[in-house]
Design a protein around this ligand. Sequence first.
Ligand code: UDP
Length: 334
Amino acid sequence: MTWVVTGGAGYIGSHVVRAFADEGIDTIVLDDMNSGRASFVPSGVEIVNGSITDPVLMAGVLGREGIEGVVHVAALKYAGVSVREPLDSFRVNVEGTRVLLQACLDSGVRNVVFSSSAAVFGTPDTDLVTEETPKNPESPYGESKLIGEWMLRDVARAAELNGEPPFRHTSLRYFNVVGSGVPTVYDASPHNLFPILLAAVTEGRTPTVFGEDYNTPDGSCVRDYIHVSDVASAHVAAARALAAGSPVSPAYNLGRGEGVSVKEIIGAVADVIGRPVPYDVGARRPGDPDRIVTSGAKAEAELGWQATRDLREMVASAWEAWNLAAAEGTARLG
Ligand code: UDP
């Protein structure tokens, strides 16, 4: 049986493809190569180049023999950009998901693992976010992910009401996904701390901490960083549970329950590279909450999943991958 991974040529999606391959499960990658790279996809895995918003293409891929389910990672992912270009988020993340779900229903594909985000919570009023923490997205991106979760819920409910075979789904909410499972794949996001930091260090520039007057122990923002390979393995655990017909919750927060500040991340980079990393302190970035930390307890209890890689491994693997790309001249943000 085969799983389709939308966005499978991206930083996270290609790690998901590897996690499936490690378990002996075949995948087909569907990616519009907007931010994906063919070099990220393991050799031997088919890449279908196209958009989730294309109904004919989606029907063709999902209508193939032996498709057990879809891991739906493809999306426009920058919350900040979405505030300025909201309709792009809704076109790709909402309309694309609708087209995908329609193709699933038409083809009898009834298992979907959806990539959701901590952005559905906005600025949570709690030290430890749980799956039940109120959803209050503060960007079109966060809204589009919450709408995606709702669409899955509604499609499943309709299947039940209509007496159709069960439509099974879960949403995995990513917090701060970092690190590399293989040195050839790296995060090149121009908007995230790790790539910005690693690019600055390799290019001899001074990185900027966005604000040190937050209500946190060292004044810089606190986040829940998690290794991308741990995030990837959660998808396999979810997919297995869906395919087995085991009870699965509508959503799981993927975190380690450990808050790490921006300054602590810079300290961890300095430890890994063996020299100090000087930084400037700049203004706050609009919309950044003081602290967002969740635990992975629900996913651990229900999916038998665990995050096993620590902060040092996250930093060291990200550094190794960025340096390899820099040596090859391919390291670039964007
Ligand atoms: N950040 C920073 N300097 C940078 C980029 C990011 O201080 O050059 C901070 C940002 O303000 C946030 C944290 O790093 O507190 C993580 O930011 P990122 O964009 O990676 O993820 P987010 O938590 O916003 O999803």
